[in-house]
Ligand binder design. Structure first.
Ligand code: PEP
Length: 253
């Protein structure tokens, strides 16, 4: 069975010092709550990682980055390499969030290089895919997602299913309050699984496929109960400790 990954995405919110206090409170809140059936992860701004790393050490909470450079080192002002993020405490990095695709024009070819950089630098990539509203309305959503998967994973070999996470995030559902129905999330999860089986064979059974897009305590249980929804990538609700915990505890046991 795949352990559900309950991955927050804080985007550009909070400061390192506010995040430290938030995290200490989360760990207190977790005292006495059984979260052994899930993996807890918060993808935070890069500035927060080294502050949060000693706080979460030895706890059930992991931290990750929201982006990573495609390069290992060099004259790339403003970028952080996978090795830097790992050393600062990250174990995962989000790759190709729709906000990076939209505002930073990140292409599938670049995202492929970021997946390679994660693997070379010791981070697990969470590769985001998802269609915009017009693509969903015209029925092109599967074609879009398959194109993003083919481009992002072209030539990427895996030796362990834990070395890759896919997040299906329909762009029209991110931060809008609109959620894909659990059946739609499952339908796309199955399409992604079938692509992964074609590419990675039996390893695909262990690769986690997350759903992201206005996941909240009210819809989490139904989404997480689906066979090919192995967790969530959660934006807004992951900034609220009570909502994040309510989603985590809604995962099937
Ligand atoms: C996200 O940031 O990936 C996301 C899904 O955001 P939200 O949960 O706020 O829709």
């Amino acid at each position: 069975m795949r352990t559900p990954l309950i991955a927050g995405n804080w985007k550009m919110h909070t400061t390192p010092s506010a995040a430290a206090a938030w995290m200490r409170s989360l760990l207190e809140d977790l005292d006495g709550i059984d979260v052994s059936n899930v993996e807890l992860l918060l993808n935070v701004p890069a500035t927060h990682l080294a502050v949060l790393a000693p706080i979460v050490a030895g706890s059930p909470v992991a931290i990750g980055a929201q982006d990573v450079s495609a390069h290992a080192e060099g004259a790339y002002t403003g970028e952080c390499s996978a090795a830097m993020l790992l050393d600062a405490g990250a174990t995962y990095a989000i790759v190709g969030h729709s906000e990076r695709r939209q505002y930073h024009h990140e292409s599938d070819a670049l995202l492929h290089d970021k997946v390679v950089a994660c693997h070379a630098g010791g981070l697990t990539p969470i590769l985001c895919v998802g269609e915009v509203e017009a693509e969903r309305e015209s029925g092109a959503h599967e074609t879009t997602v398959l194109r993003q998967l083919s481009g992002g994973l072209s030539g990427i070999d895996l030796s362990r299913s834990d070395d890759l996470v896919i997040a299906y995030e329909p762009v029209w559902a991110i931060g809008t309050g609109k959620t894909a129905t659990a059946d739609d999330a499952q339908a796309m999860g199955a399409v992604i699984r079938s692509f992964l089986k074609g590419r990675y064979g039996p390893l695909a059974d262990g690769i986690r496929i997350l759903y992201g897009g206005s996941m909240k305590p009210a819809n989490a249980a139904e989404l997480l109960a689906k066979a090919d929804v192995d967790g969530g990538l959660i934006g807004g609700a992951s900034l609220q400790r009570d909502q994040y915990l309510a989603i985590a505890t809604a995962a099937p046991r």
